[in-house]
Ligand binder design. Sequence first.
Ligand code: SAT
Ligand code: MN
Length: 595
Amino acid sequence: MPALTKNEKLNNWIKETAEMCRPDDIYLCNGTKEEYNLMIEKLKASGSAIPLKKRPNSYLFRSDPSDVARIEDHTFISTSSKDEAGPTNNWIDPVELKNTMKNLYKGCMKGRTMYVIPFSMGPVGSPISKIGVEITDSPYVVISMHVMTRVSSRVIELLNAGEDFIPCLHSIGAPLDKGQTDVQWPCAPIEKKYISHFPEENLIWSYGSGYGGNALLGKKCLGLRIASAIARREGWMAEHMVILRLTNPEGKQYHIAAAFPSACGKTNLAMMLPSVKGWKCECIGDDIAWMKIGADGRLYAINPESGFFGVATGTSYDTNPMAMDTLKENVIFTNCALTDDGDVWWEGINDDVPSHLIDWKGQDWTPESKGDAAHPNARFTAPASQCPVICKDWENPNGVPIDIFIFGGRRSSVVPLVYEAFSWDHGVFLGATAASETTFANIGEVGSLRRDPFAMKPFCSYNMGDYFQHWLNMGDRLGSKAPRIFYVNWFRKNHDGRFLWPGFSDNSRALKWMCERIDGKVGAKKSAIGLLPVDRGLDLNGIGLSPKNMEELMEVDLKEWKAEIPDIEKHFAVFGNRLPERLKKQLKELAERLG
Ligand code: SAT
Ligand code: MN
């Protein structure tokens, strides 16, 4: 086999992997349009890519019904000791896991091409960026990585010059015998799916799934799991956060990073059109923030990705017009429904439900059919550069200085629309106790409440008690330059089960309040749980909500909150002696304030 690059570590890894996986051939990716088109031709020929007449250069894919979302039960953090992975991760001893997976990988790429994808997370050459190389046998992964990461000959040049990289091995786990015809979405059965991480050696091994974060290894695997471990070692932060720039009518800019669990409206927030007059919102990222302390002592963030892998279901010109305008061309759709005139459709896209569709399973669908036409976790993969409100600084290698952190989740009760933390430690407590009702973004029970600290529960690859301490340490280093911390809940409902807050562009009202808090323009009243807006502090001009509605939305019911305490205690107990004393103190103080 000829050496593919001038990077010895990479060449050796390619050679070893080929010997284990036995592909028919090997292809080094360069990220060009020609390469993208070549993959598309392959995917069209195999029946996987369905061209969409209504959207130039856009394609629909339908996954296997067993392969529709991240699979947390099959996701592993393999550190030498179980304690290091901590109570929030599935752990298997690295020797055992590698043995199991090597057996699966043996001959797994037979009949297929092995693609080597060199990519940069973050602008090529930025001091915050990292290089990864994904080996995969899926051309769908190749085109998706083209959109989601920076695949280019410049990355190959850096590797040739000896730059280090994070190896990310992926196989769909579906070898082809000679003459065997391929299926539309090849993958392995559920019991053979493994999404494995070896944070002590910066290594990712994924097997058996072709979907989203299981297969596009730059995203959750590298961008959050491996990056969180590196960030802790190196003293920076890798967070599950959107990044946006808000500009007030006087032209002052504020940069906000917000953490919500998957499918809680991060993409909608990142691309919001504010309803408050004169304020502008620009998108920098919709899922991941990598942040380092800059020379001036402030915290600077970059979006390590270059595309959006957004939930299609529910996205419409009402909920997220900027996303809709991002999706006009050059988009990969997965598990959406297909209209008779060659367009995609999903529940919530508009009010007219077509009389006939092909559903995400490839079956005829009419409004009388049972089940959804699009899968609830149907996704679009689109270049960030196509977003009409993408910030001109979204690729600034130095990042943007963060002023505000927001935590939140989906709570139909208890938690008010917005409040501010008393201090950094209290803010870390809010992040550490964040809870949300579960959705379809991960396979598991839908609608139950789970504590999802910092929206990082599925993504922090080391002991989460230490992760809390890392947040406290970062605050100590940032001192007075630390971002201010807020908590929001857009999803509170009234007793009839109706949402109390219109959400979407009106969420700008809460963001405006935060900016004005920072500038000392609006006051706040102390409550047991944090600082709440004072009357008229929140700009409600033109929103048309009754005072009773607002009262319910902002209500802090001490009885309901007292009931949270045992649940938080249970949640914290899991971390044992790794739980920082400073968070225990916060819990004690909350209980005291609740009386
Ligand atoms: O993990 S994915 O990339 O599939 C999507 C998500 O859950 O945010
Ligand atoms: Mn996410």
